[in-house]
Write a protein that binds this ligand. Structure first.
Ligand SMILES: Cc1cc2nc3c(=O)[nH]c(=O)nc-3n(C[C@H](O)[C@H](O)[C@H](O)COP(=O)(O)O)c2cc1C
Length: 194
């Protein structure tokens, strides 16, 4: 298990993050400190309510419906929001994952959001298939906004191979990869100093 460093909260205002957020397609390597802040503020623990551990990203019914994996440095990790750590699962080869091959060549770090369908299906029935996609959308917008506030470059990616991602992150029969978020440090724009 790899404990993540103490996250440093970004200073950018929510309004500035919303207005400056973009999808970016070039990335520089992400430090563990940046990754720690990204995960902590976008999909980390916010509070407890009875038996439920609730995240900064709300989930339908407060259930643990979304699994978060991170692929970087040719390794796949599961993000454990408690105790805010990465658990290495095995080798992480991005070959064949992306419909757009340039993501595979340029990506520094890839966050994989999968629907952990079991608890939601048990409680809500097949309707939960729709709700899980909403949960993933909420999480991906958190990732976009926190990445922006931290000065990172990110892009949501729906164009991926289900089989390749399932092989990458493993998971149970009822787990479904829903969306990826490719992220790295921002690449300075010529002449702007940013
Ligand atoms: C759920 C989702 C999936 C996306 N999938 C892809 C993708 O597979 N490939 C890609 O190049 N961009 C993808 N994007 C990025 C969109 O193309 C981008 O958000 C849109 O063009 C608006 O640009 P902006 O994010 O810079 O405002 C995705 C965005 C979202 C929200």
């Amino acid at each position: 298990m790899i404990p993540l460093p103490e996250p440093v909260a970004p200073a950018m205002t929510l309004a500035d993050a919303l207005l400056s957020r973009r999808s970016h397609y070039t990335y520089r390597p992400l430090s563990l400190t940046d990754l720690s802040a990204l995960l902590r503020f976008a999909v980390g623990v916010q509070r407890r309510s009875g038996p439920h551990v609730l995240g900064t990203n709300p989930n339908a019914g407060g259930l643990p419906t979304i699994a978060v994996h991170v692929v970087r440095e040719a390794t796949v990790f599961e993000y454990l929001r408690e105790p805010h750590a990465l658990s290495p699962l095995g080798p992480g080869d991005l070959d064949g994952v992306f419909a757009q091959g340039e993501f595979g060549r340029r990506a520094d770090t890839v966050v994989v959001l999968s629907g952990r369908m079991g608890p939601g299906l048990a409680k809500y029935g097949s309707r939960h298939y729709r709700t899980a996609h909403v949960d993933a959308g909420v999480a991906v917008q958190n990732l976009y906004l926190v990445a922006t506030a931290l000065g990172l470059h990110g892009c949501a990616v729906a164009g991926f191979s289900d089989d390749a991602v399932k092989t990458l992150v493993g998971g149970g029969e009822q787990d479904v990869p829903l969306v990826l978020f490719v992220v790295g440090r921002g690449v300075p724009r010529p002449g702007t100093g940013t």
